[in-house]
Design a protein around this ligand. Structure first.
Ligand SMILES: C[S@@+](CC[C@H](N)C(=O)[O-])C[C@H]1O[C@@H](n2cnc3c(N)ncnc32)[C@H](O)[C@@H]1O
Length: 276
């Protein structure tokens, strides 16, 4: 068998792989299959069709059950990537809803705009040219000064999934103030983090987590000094103070499994807050 495999030309192997992937994509996503990027273009999370689907479904359930997401909301998704968490929303939101997906990486925005918007015109996507060493090293704007192109109180629900796990402290603090500005009164935001507190630090120190957070600064820890945006964990108290300063009241905090914690909701810690 291995001899036969070795004799098959590379181009044919690639064709077989693409055929298998297309088949699996149709099986998993049905009519939405053309909106799912090729596995090699899934730069924004675990690559794999089953993983893409599971993550989207997990978060639609969290949005609905934990955040009370209704089918007619005005939603802002900062760092929407290739639409992993967007796709199931196309089946949930009705025509009154508006979804604005924003990302700094052109390829994710291009994909979503070309594939999702033509079928679901109330789903919009735009690229913002903000610098991030990992995701947009040529970006021209500083995240710590960037003003989003949406008026005050534009949205009833905002999410940042696995975005503040890749941003530096001043950038995060400014983005959080921007989120508060763009939310209407009583609007909610769901943001994921790696939060450092007594419990998570105990697990991290014991080497039980998925991240080797060996570089320690005052309010955060990182796995790489060269590219700190690869993965950043923040001191929980520092983060919760920022919420208070931004006028956001934390109403729910569900800790994640990232540090090796057994009792968890998702992989990252999820903070749900309401604009007070
Ligand atoms: C790990 S991916 C998560 C993608 C998506 N939110 C999800 O959960 O599937 C992080 C995304 O955040 C984007 N990102 C990083 N820094 C950003 C910033 N300053 N502003 C907006 N998006 C950013 C990246 O380009 C990338 O698409």
């Amino acid at each position: 068998m291995s001899l036969i495999k070795r004799l098959v030309p590379l181009s044919l192997k690639q064709k077989i792989k693409t055929f298998q992937e297309d088949f699996q994509r149709r099986q998993l996503f049905g009519a939405l299959a053309p909106l799912v990027p090729p596995v090699e273009r899934m730069y924004d999370g675990p690559p794999g069709l089953a993983e893409f689907k599971a993550n989207g479904e997990e978060f639609l359930a969290i949005y609905r059950e934990r955040c009370g997401l209704r089918p007619d909301e005005r939603m802002l998704d900062i760092g929407c990537g290739t639409g992993r968490k967007t796709l199931p929303l196309t089946q949930y939101f009705d025509a009154r809803a508006v979804y604005e997906g924003v990302d700094i990486r052109q390829e994710g925005v291009d994909w979503c705009r070309e594939k999702i918007t033509p079928r679901f015109p109330h789903f919009h996507f735009r690229q913002i040219d903000v610098y991030n060493q990992l995701y947009n090293p040529r970006g021209t704007h500083r995240a710590s000064e960037y003003q989003f192109p949406f008026p005050d109180a534009s949205f009833s629900f905002a999410v940042l999934g696995s975005v503040f796990t890749h941003m530096l402290p001043d950038d995060l603090a400014h983005y959080l103030r921007e989120v508060a500005r763009m939310l209407e009164s009583r609007g909610r935001c769901l943001i994921s983090y790696f939060l450092l507190n007594e419990e998570s630090l105990r697990h991290v120190e014991a080497g039980e987590g998925t991240l080797d957070l060996k570089y320690v600064s005052e309010q955060y820890r990182v796995i790489s000094l060269e590219v700190p945006e690869e993965a950043i964990a923040f001191d929980e108290r520092w983060v919760t103070n920022l919420y208070a300063e931004a006028g956001l009241e934390i109403v729910r905090l569900d800790y994640g499994s990232w540090c090796g914690r057994r009792d968890h909701l998702s992989y990252q810690d999820l903070v749900l807050a309401v604009k007070s």
